[in-house]
Write a protein that binds this ligand. Structure first.
Ligand SMILES: CSCCC(=O)C(=O)COP(=O)(O)O
Ligand SMILES: [Mg+2]
Length: 234
């Protein structure tokens, strides 16, 4: 274990995959379910405005002449965080949870820290490429129980890309907190660069095979982080 890192934020913002949850679990267990069900799911719902929107957005992103369903399967295979795919993925996972094909995963150290911080009065928010609907279901149907109560709110790429600085400014404004009071945890250096440029303090989370990066404070476990919280008013 490295030296403990101490912060005193007003609010914490967290990435999901690779940060509080295993990337390989999402990619190796949950993505294959989407791959197997996506074409049939979309075909069975043609005419539904939500599905038509997803297909139109996918077609626009894929470019002229491309088949939107094939494009989405390609993005899934390369883990491209394409918003129309992420929206479809969340809807398809709903059936996967219902039939017990998988549950959401959270690292034990992350779960313990989030419970501790929430109990200490620190609001916790999520910013993930997964759609807000997918995020909420992931925490509702989690192997550690129904975790929805831990979070004060969720953001997805409707607010902007995770690698864009403006997205972090918008999130801070939406929460109503100064950027320098919003502590962001992520496994992705490009997200950390964008958040840093917006004025957020950041922590690089090294799970699985993520490499260290000298630009950021880093942890391998949330046990390495101490949050100083304001004492309760008397
Ligand atoms: C529970 S949200 C689904 C996870 C997912 O598909 C994803 O792309 C998450 O990526 P991120 O690293 O942005 O959390
Ligand atoms: Mg991530």
């Amino acid at each position: 274990m490295t030296d403990a890192l101490t912060f005193s934020p007003d609010v914490v913002l967290l990435d999901i995959e690779g940060t509080i949850s295993s990337q390989s679990y999402v990619v190796d267990v949950m993505y294959p379910y989407v791959r197997d069900h996506l074409p049939g799911y979309l075909a069975a719902r043609r005419g539904d405005p939500v599905i038509e929107r997803i297909l139109a957005d996918a077609a626009a992103l894929a470019g002229p002449g491309a088949d939107p369903v094939e494009a989405m399967l390609g993005w899934l295979a390369e883990d491209k965080k394409a918003p129309p795919l992420k929206k479809a993925q969340g809807l398809i996972w709903e059936a996967g949870y219902a039939e017990g094909a998988f549950r959401g995963h959270i690292y034990e150290d992350a779960h313990a820290a989030l419970v501790r911080w929430r109990a200490a009065g620190v609001p916790l928010f999520i910013f993930s490429s997964g759609s807000v609907q997918a995020q909420v279901q992931f925490f509702e149907n989690n192997a550690a129980g129904d975790l929805r109560g831990l979070f004060s709110g969720h953001f997805d790429t409707d607010i902007g890309a995770k690698v864009e600085t403006e997205s972090y400014r918008r999130i801070a404004a939406a929460i109503g907190v100064a950027p320098d009071r919003l502590l962001f945890f992520s496994d992705n250096p490009r997200e950390l660069v964008a958040a840093t440029a917006a004025g957020l303090p950041v922590v690089h989370v090294l799970r699985e095979d993520v490499a260290s990066d000298p630009r950021f404070p880093e942890i391998r476990s949330f046990e390495e982080v101490t949050l100083r919280t304001a004492p309760a008013a008397e």
